[in-house]
Write a protein that binds this ligand. Structure first.
Ligand SMILES: Cc1ncc(COP(=O)(O)O)c(C=O)c1O
Length: 424
């Protein structure tokens, strides 16, 4: 058979770095290696029982749903986001998709113009834009600012690109740095977006996992006419595998919504009907779930703070996480000793750490930073979430013994990293 030609834009896309490291860790563990998995960000907690029950009870629902989604679910989402975050998206402005990843892909696919990506940012935005042949413009953020995008950084890039339509993808709380923007930062970013007519795609998949001590602030609060918001079941509701995402589009972008509905109708048609019923329970009965979700967030806070302290003790630079379940420490202070061992790139660093310390990490280059940047993305979720929900005694009651018992892999992973650094 003649070699088949493949769309070159797809051919150049490698497997998603997060899924690839997860596969690699699974294989290594199967071979009997003890690996500390700081590489993959999946919620470790069980899907709340109420949501599981709704899924079971609706397993007989087999009819296709409207493209936009189950009408009661659209209403429940509109009300939930209104109450919880102060948004004014009416049900007709909400669409359901098989994960927010797919919805971000579709909205980026249908909008013209370059994609501005604060760096570091989630691994998939760039490849998704590349599949569409879209130009990607990383905007370098600074460690001193906790890798939070600053208005002047955005302003500079917007100025360079002049009048053409531009899209900003903005993840808050942020993967990989665990940062949450302050209200004044958000206001200033919103002003720049308005001044340059930037379309803001606000990826708020971690909005409910906010332990910053301040409310969740969004560009959509200060620039509603130009902001699209995405979310879903995957993180706070621990149901990544259910594949249910949400997108909300402002009334000012009605033609975008119509185009998106057409795109959905010609691609995945609608999300699985039983899953949409399960999601209805999640949003409609949120008050019954609130305590459980908040407990999960407190555990994320504890692990974030524990890892942060361990990293600082090792001499790594690391902004304190405030949301989600990630941290972004860097090994810059060790760059000379690492160089002496032939380790110059982040990729070499994470490969060596996996081989010699059994800790799985992702390099900064997967997050739009230069290859030589020695930052790594750490996911703080390598523990038994079910056990934790039952046994977590509260942050104030955690003792070294309890940490050892409840989070053995986080402790051992840090011990191994520390050892690795001491031996350099
Ligand atoms: C920043 C960010 N956005 C979006 C997603 C996609 O989530 P889902 O497609 O499961 O809704 C993820 C998942 O890892 C993420 O980390």
């Amino acid at each position: 058979m003649k070699p088949l030609s493949i769309n070159p834009q797809v051919l150049n896309v490698k497997e998603s770095a997060t899924l690839a490291i997860n596969q690699q860790v699974k294989t290594l563990r199967k071979e009997g290696n003890e690996i500390y998995h700081f590489g993959f960000g999946q919620s470790p907690f069980p899907v709340p029982a109420l949501i599981q029950k709704a899924l079971q009870e609706n397993s007989d629902k087999k009819d296709y749903l409207p493209t936009q989604g189950l009408p009661e679910l659209l209403t429940a989402i509109s009300q939930f986001y209104g109450k919880e975050f102060g948004y004014e998206f009416t049900p007709d402005l909400v669409c359901i998709g098989p994960g927010s990843k797919e919805l971000i892909f579709q909205i980026v696919y249908l909008l013209e113009g370059p994609l501005l990506i604060p760096a570091p940012s989630w691994v998939s935005y760039g490849p998704q834009a590349a599949i569409r042949g879209k130009k990607i413009v990383p905007i370098l953020t600074k460690r001193e600012n906790g890798y939070r995008l600053q208005a002047e950084e955005l302003d500079k890039i917007c100025h360079q690109y002049g009048e053409i339509q531009k899209i900003l993808i903005f993840n808050n709380p942020n993967n990989p740095a665990g940062s949450c923007h302050t209200e004044s930062e958000i206001k200033e970013i919103a002003e720049i977006c308005r001044a340059y007519h930037v379309i803001a795609i606000c990826d708020e998949i971690y909005a409910l996992i906010n332990y910053s001590g301040h409310p969740h602030y969004s560009i959509a609060h200060y620039y509603p006419e130009g902001s699209v918001v995405t979310g879903g079941l995957s993180k706070a509701f621990s149901a990544g595998g259910y594949r249910l995402g949400i997108i909300m589009i402002p009334p000012t972008m009605d033609h975008v919504l119509q185009a998106l509905k057409s795109l959905i109708s010609e691609t995945f048609s609608a999300v699985s009907t039983p899953i949409q019923h399960a999601a209805l329970t999640a949003f409609d009965q949120y008050e019954d779930l609130r305590m459980e979700i908040e407990k999960c967030t407190t555990i994320h806070q504890f692990t974030g703070e524990y890892l942060h302290q361990r990293f600082l003790n090792m001499g790594l630079n690391c902004p304190k996480p405030e949301g989600g379940f990630y941290l972004f420490p860097d090994f810059n202070k060790y760059s000379q000793v690492l160089k002496a061992r032939g380790i110059i790139t982040g990729n070499q660093l994470t490969n060596t750490i996996l081989k010699e310390a059994n800790v799985a990490l992702l390099p900064a280059s997967d997050f739009y930073l230069p290859a030589t940047n020695l930052g790594v993305r750490v996911a703080s979720v390598d523990y038994d979430g079910e056990k934790l929900l039952k046994e977590f005694p509260g942050i104030e009651n955690m003792t070294p013994e309890a940490i050892q018992t409840l989070f053995p892999n986080l402790v051992k992973g840090c011990d191994h990293l520390e050892n690795f650094l001491q031996k350099l």
